[in-house]
Design a protein around this ligand. Structure first.
Ligand code: GLN
Length: 469
């Protein structure tokens, strides 16, 4: 079938496929997509909508899925050579839910290898480009999902957020990135990075879409032992933009740790706008600012090294040719199929978990995590939301940040939501002098998505810079 030929798809699916046809070679949002399969899927969903079989707001909506979420019969690579040819036999819980809602899966999006990174540049399949500026990264690790939504190559997308991987690319691409409370969306079928922090999140063009999508995705799942029911679901229904008397805190010590000038002034204008809309906005000291990034990376790498043990060349994934022995098989398979950043994290993670260092590093990090949680619990007694930038700078140039430590440090504002399990959202607010998007982050206490989405919706309503029609 000719790509330009019309079928009985809905116009939105046609439009998305047209964008893919025109831009995808340049942007590289997707690792896998199949135009023919999408056409068939869209036509069959369309028929079911007409027959009254699908009533969800997502019936017929084209969406994308990050390539670390399993899709039955569609390869799921995690951005790695290790899983280049891995085709799962089942759908992740979130993919099941989207299917049941009648959403049309466009394809699997590019990501940093095993979700380790902040730029999508560690992908085995090469980087994605930022639609706002092709010489820049879309952020990461869910960079493909964010770029797909920003460029119209999907209407919405699923991503995952372990330390900011939904919110930071959302900020760099100018879309809304939402990470809900840990546990309220099932992780079943998500290829694990750091299980105590991994959260499925959403990338959308509006806060309203985020609220509607969360309503579909949230729900307890007995296949995920950390899954929790949400005590106050129904986000779309209660969504408004009334921030009168809402208490919003700005952690001054975190901001002072260093943000670029355009990001600092963006935060200021956002705070001012919220204040004028009736919110009570105050600066405060959160404390422990120096400990957030080290604690996150220690725990994330420890868990990652343990989670990645399963890729041994035996059960599934890449296997080296002609190994001399079993241990040679393990070593060569892993050495040949993992990229540099993955190896770095496995080595560091193994180190902090090894006897002699376990108490000194890993156990200590767990204790500091506890202190961080208590610090945020106290902050949420005083404030409904915590307001910060999402990232300290706008999107870097491709290849600009080779030093891993500086990349890790750029996660300063996002990791606390993962260490504490709290929900957080990035809303596009302004642009720097080059026109690059700047996102503002709102974080709320666990299960307080409703309040967070309300404040986010207010920001969207108050913003003066245009992102989408
Ligand atoms: N940049 C962070 C990291 O590399 C976050 C990644 C993520 O959330 N998956 O760990």
């Amino acid at each position: 079938m000719n790509m330009n030929e019309k079928t009985d798809m809905n116009p939105l699916a046609e439009q998305v496929l047209d964008r893919i046809r025109r831009q995808e070679d340049l942007l590289r949002c997707y690792i896998s997509y199949d135009i023919e399969a999408v056409r068939k899927q869209a036509a069959s969903v369309e028929k079911k909508i007409k027959d009254g079989e699908f009533r969800s707001p997502f019936a017929g909506i084209p969406y994308a899925v990050k390539d670390n979420l399993c899709t039955a019969g569609i390869r799921t690579t995690c951005g790695s050579k290790m899983l280049e040819h891995f085709v799962p036999a089942y759908d992740a819980a979130v993919v099941e839910k989207m299917k049941a809602a009648g959403a049309v899966l466009i394809g699997k999006t590019n990501m940093d290898e095993f979700a380790f990174g902040s730029s999508t540049e560690t992908s085995f399949f090469g980087p994605t480009r930022n639609p706002a500026d092709l010489s820049r990264t879309p952020g990461g690790s869910s960079g493909g999902s964010a770029a797909a939504v920003a460029s119209g190559e999907a209407v919405m997308a699923l991503g995952t957020d372990t330390g900011g991987s939904v919110r930071q690319p959302a900020s760099h691409c100018g879309v809304v990135g939402t990470k809900p409370t840990y546990g309220v969306i099932s992780r079943w079928g998500l290829i694990a990075y750091a299980s105590s922090m991994d959260t499925v999140g959403t990338l959308t063009r509006s806060v309203e879409d985020a609220a509607t999508l969360l309503d579909v995705l949230v729900g307890e799942d007995e296949r995920d032992s950390t899954s929790l029911p949400h005590p106050r679901p129904g986000f779309r229904e209660i969504l408004n933009s009334d921030v009168r008397s809402l208490r919003i805190g700005i952690p001054a010590d975190l901001i002072d740790a260093g943000v670029s000038d355009p990001v600092a002034s963006s935060l200021e204008t956002a705070a001012k706008a919220l204040k004028e809309a009736g919110a009570i906005v105050e600066r405060f000291e959160i404390g422990l600012a120096d400990y957030l990034v080290p604690t996150y990376y220690l725990i994330a790498m420890a868990e990652a090294s343990s989670n990645l043990e399963r890729f041994d060349g035996v059960k599934y994934g890449y296997r080296t040719a002609d190994p001399a022995s079993l241990s040679d098989l393990y070593q060569k398979s892993r050495a040949e199929a993992f990229g540099e950043e993955v190896k770095r994290r496995i080595m560091l993670g193994t180190y902090v978990l090894s006897s002699g260092f376990y108490d000194e590093y890993y156990l200590k990090a767990l204790k500091v995590r506890r202190l961080i949680k208590e610090t945020y619990d106290r902050a949420f007694c005083k404030f409904d939301c915590i307001l910060t930038p999402t990232a300290p700078t706008t999107s870097p140039l491709l290849g600009e940040k080779p030093d891993p430590i500086s990349v890790y440090e750029s996660d300063l504002f996002t990791v606390s939501a993962n260490l504490t399990g709290c929900p957080a959202i990035s809303v596009p607010w302004s642009r720097d002098e080059k026109g690059l998007p700047i996102g503002i982050q709102l974080m709320a206490d666990v299960f307080c998505e409703g309040t967070m989405l309300r404040a986010a919706n207010a920001l969207e309503t108050l913003r003066e810079v245009r992102f989408y029609e």
